[in-house]
Design a protein around this ligand. Structure first.
Ligand code: FES
Length: 71
């Protein structure tokens, strides 16, 4: 099995300090209302701070939050 094939079975998840969770590969994200969102990009950023105006995706708002309050 190639690294590419392995990547599809086990998508990469990266937690950014004070910021979003980056997902590489195909994922389905369920938001707080139970609505499911399929990733459409090679890399998607999921909000972890709860302040994004385009939930469940990160819109960069976490950069405006004081460091102590970031995820
Ligand atoms: S993590 Fe970026 S807006 Fe929430």
């Amino acid at each position: 099995m190639s690294d590419d094939e392995r990547g599809r079975e086990h998508p990469t998840v990266i937690l950014c300090a004070g910021g979003p969770m980056l997902l590489r590969g195909d994922h389905v994200i369920e938001d707080a209302d139970g609505v499911r969102h399929r990733t459409t990009r090679p890399v998607s950023a999921v909000c972890r701070c709860g302040k994004s105006s385009m939930q469940p995706w990160c819109d960069g708002t976490h950069k405006l939050i004081p460091d102590k309050s970031r995820p």
